[in-house]
Every structure is written in C-alpha cells, then in structure tokens.
Design a protein around this ligand. Structure first.
Ligand code: NI
Length: 172
C-alpha cells in the first residue's frame, strides 16, 4: 500500500465531475487500499478519488472512532437513490480544506447503491453521521465541496481563514 498525496482547495481537479469506473479489477482494488491508507494516515473519515488527483467515481468511508474496530466501506460508482425529507445539521470538515469546519444541512438519511471491494452490487441505508459522510464524499465526485452548501459570506470567511493558516504555516 502507498500513501497518496491529498490535493487541497482550490486545486481544479476538486471541481471536476469524476468518470465512472468500468469494472472493479485488481488495479481499482489497489487504489482502494491506497485511498484507505491515505485516509487513515490523515485521520479522515472519508476520502474521494478526486482528492488524491484521480478523477474516478471511487470513495472510501470509515466512521469508526479511534480505538474502535475499523469498519471501512469501499464504494465504486456510488449513487444516491433515495434521500429523506428530514434534514440534519452537522459540522463537517474535509482533508482538502485542512483546519476548517462548518455546519452543513443535508438529508438525515440516504439510500446508496454501489459496487463494493469485490465488485458486488450493494445497497446501503445510511443514517446520522454515516449519511453525512457518504453525501460529503459523493459530492466530491461531482466537483462539489461542503463549502458550496453554505452561504457565500461564510464561504468567503472560511477561505480567508485557510489562506491565513497557510501563510502562518509557510512562515511569512
Ligand atoms: Ni471532503
């Protein structure tokens, strides 16, 4: 396995619509392994392929807490087929927008269909934080970031904060 480079905002690949995967083969499985390792190494609970510079419809999610048994979910060509009318507000962060967090409102439950690690067709009804994580990651496949769901003013504030943090880190 190999840890991959995480692309950060405003890299243009994060705004692209990702391509469908033809089949879950060994190459995709190796990529899924690398994505999972990268996500764990960055303490993330989800990672989408565009975030590591690959414009493919591939996502990994694991919402297990530290100290709990890992429970990775591998999703190839995932698609949300149902969303609840009920919504929930949750604080989100993103490895492509390091150090930032913001509250986002989304459907509280979703049903998603996808191919798993072995290429089997799966259907999952996700609720609560898993539903948030899945919607956040699937957004990445369509070039959407969580900051696209908040007001323009809040988004501008967050981007300014990110620029300030980067300046501080570079020592200028
Ligand atoms: Ni993200």
């Amino acid at each position: 396995m190999a840890k991959l480079k995480v692309y950060e905002y405003p890299h243009p690949i994060l705004k692209q619509k990702a391509e469908k995967v033809e089949a879950v083969d060994d190459e995709i499985r190796k990529f899924l392994d690398d994505m999972l390792e990268t996500m764990y190494a960055s303490n993330g609970c989800g990672l989408a392929a565009p975030q590591v510079g690959v414009s493919k419809r591939v996502v990994v999610v694991d919402i297990a807490h530290e100290g709990e048994e890992p429970s990775p979910i591998y999703m190839v060509n995932p698609k949300i087929v149902w969303k609840s009318d009920e919504t929930e507000i949750c604080e989100e962060g993103c490895l492509s927008l390091p150090s930032l967090r913001a509250e986002v409102e989304r459907p509280a439950s979703v049903k998603v269909v996808y191919w798993d690690y072995n290429g089997a067709e799966c259907e999952l009804l996700a609720e609560d934080f898993l539903a948030v994580a899945i919607q956040h990651e699937l957004d990445h496949l369509d070039g959407v970031l969580y900051i696209d769901h908040i007001s323009r003013l809040k988004r501008q504030m967050l981007v300014k904060k990110l620029e300030k943090i980067r300046k501080e880190q570079s020592g200028n």
